[in-house]
Ligand binder design. Structure first.
Ligand SMILES: C[S@@+](CC[C@H](N)C(=O)[O-])C[C@H]1O[C@@H](n2cnc3c(N)ncnc32)[C@H](O)[C@@H]1O
Length: 261
């Protein structure tokens, strides 16, 4: 595993991506292309949540499809331990750069917010397409290169990560940086949804860590992601954006009988 993979695994072992509320979960089906992806799963199909973390999408895939098999795969054992999995789900520790699954074996592959943390996003993309069956769907979500969050991560991330790495650094960040971060977040949510959002201190910390302390994030344009799809032998069926354009998402369909370029 490369150094980015090792750092990412250590980060998510410590700070799992686990801040979402039930309300947020149902919004994922209604306000995102994930809802359309879920509707495409054939009865008795096979579904993979690649980089499942603590399992928000895995639980939605289990609860809202009649798939025969639902797999959740993640690099981080710490996240998998905190995964509140539903019966009928198989959790696997593994790397999306080298999936332990046969080619053309999965009807729906979902990867939310994962490939841009790997340091090799196109390689991860191709590996996820490899396991998708011809005619099957691949849902992918990445950070948008044309959104202000890119600058926030690139400017504030390095000093915050440096502080977090020293003894007492987490306390210092919690006192000095997390409160203004919370204020900005609440203002954004207020503008977006007309009311603030309730967050416990631990949920707030996990969200802060996810936004600023992740060791590596890459940012991508829609054209770049669609070009990866073309090169991997996929057709882009739908595209969209969420969280005020911070993330862009796509539904790709793996072409039948088309060799990847
Ligand atoms: C931002 S979290 C998203 C979790 C989940 N997809 C969700 O939407 O709730 C990113 C997840 O990707 C996982 N991850 C990062 N690199 C990975 C890799 N190379 N292989 C598998 N999982 C990886 C991390 O461990 C982490 O759980």
């Amino acid at each position: 595993m490369n150094p980015i993979g090792r750092a990412t695994r250590a980060f998510y072992d410590r700070y799992s991506y686990d801040f979402e509320t039930a309300e947020h979960a149902s919004m994922q089906l209604e306000g995102s292309l994930l809802g359309e992806a879920v509707r495409r799963v054939p009865a008795d199909g096979r579904v993979l949540d690649a980089g499942c973390g603590t399992g928000l999408a895995t639980r939605l895939l289990r609860a809202h499809t009649s798939a025969k098999r639902v797999f959740g795969l993640d690099l981080s054992r710490g996240s998998l331990r905190r995964n509140r999995t539903l019966p009928g789900t198989t959790l696997v520790q593994g790397d999306i750069l080298n999936l332990p699954l046969a080619s053309d074996s999965i009807d729906l592959v979902v990867s939310r917010g994962v490939i841009m943390t790997t340091g090799a996003p196109e390689r991860a993309f191709r590996e996820l397409v490899r396991v998708t069956r011809p005619g099957g769907t691949f849902f992918v979500r990445v950070y948008n290169a044309d959104n202000v969050y890119r600058h926030v991560y690139e400017i504030l991330g390095p000093p915050c990560r440096a502080i977090a790495s020293i003894p007492g650094g987490k306390t210092a960040l919690s006192i000095l940086v997390v409160p203004p971060f919370w204020l900005v977040l609440q203002l954004l949510v207020l503008v977006l949804r007309g009311r603030p959002i309730a967050m416990s201190p631990s949920v707030l910390w996990n969200f802060f860590a996810d936004q600023l302390l992740v060791p590596h994030n890459s940012f991508h344009t829609a054209d770049e992601v669609k070009e990866w799809g073309r090169r991997a032998g996929c057709r882009c069926d739908a595209e969209g954006s969420i969280t005020m354009g911070q993330q862009i998402e796509f539904l790709f369909v793996k072409e039948r009988g088309l060799a990847a370029a």
